[in-house]
Design a protein around this ligand. Structure first.
Ligand SMILES: [Zn+2]
Ligand SMILES: [Zn+2]
Length: 182
């Protein structure tokens, strides 16, 4: 064994190198706490940690829709979307992204990830989580960007979505911008 000094002096400023926490914006607005169950199958999301998506829709500052869906259920939902809808949607999102380039606002919750305008009125937000850890940068979408996205979905896909919303979220107002980012 050598007497080499350790190369990592302990710093009182950094007692914990990694402290995962769910940002408040990704909490359930209803419970004011991190989502802990998949809305569809009821599986626990935090213990044991599971990969899931959080989707929220806002009217101004008011959250009018929120859902946490585990990846298994998310894949199930996706498989109900037609191949054509999925392709149309992803090509639309690619077009939007390539037209605008990187956001000058960074990973901002206050600006649309696609057109970079400040978010006001109707808008939506999505993030991928693993238990308490945020795996992706937040994706936000303003009404102006969301409306054409929904038009790219087939009638069948939109009806499937509406059914999912109606059966899981009976209180959600009709005809708001559904998060389409799953
Ligand atoms: Zn689930
Ligand atoms: Zn936008």
């Amino acid at each position: 064994m050598s007497d080499e000094p350790t190369s990592e002096p302990e710093s009182p400023e950094e007692p914990i190198r990694f402290r995962p926490s769910v940002p408040a914006i990704l909490h359930s607005a209803y419970s004011n706490a991190p989502f802990d169950k998949c809305i569809d199958c009821g599986a626990s999301l935090l213990d044991p940690p599971r990969r899931y998506q959080v989707a929220k829709a806002f009217n101004g500052k008011e959250c009018i829709f929120e859902a946490a869906v585990c990846f298994q259920c998310g894949d199930g939902l996706k498989s109900e979307m037609s191949e054509e809808s999925l392709q149309n949607l992803s090509s639309y999102l690619r077009e939007l992204t390539s037209q605008r380039g990187p956001s000058p606002h960074g990973a901002s919750w206050q600006h649309c990830s696609f057109c970079h305008k400040e978010l006001e009125g109707s808008h939506q937000l999505m993030a991928v989580m693993y238990g308490p850890i945020q795996l992706t940068r937040p994706v936000t979408m303003c009404h102006g960007c969301a409306e054409p996205a929904e038009k790219r979905l087939s009638e069948k896909t939109r009806e499937g979505w509406q059914d999912f919303i109606d059966s899981n979220f009976p209180g959600v107002p009709a005809n708001f911008d559904l998060p389409v980012l799953f």
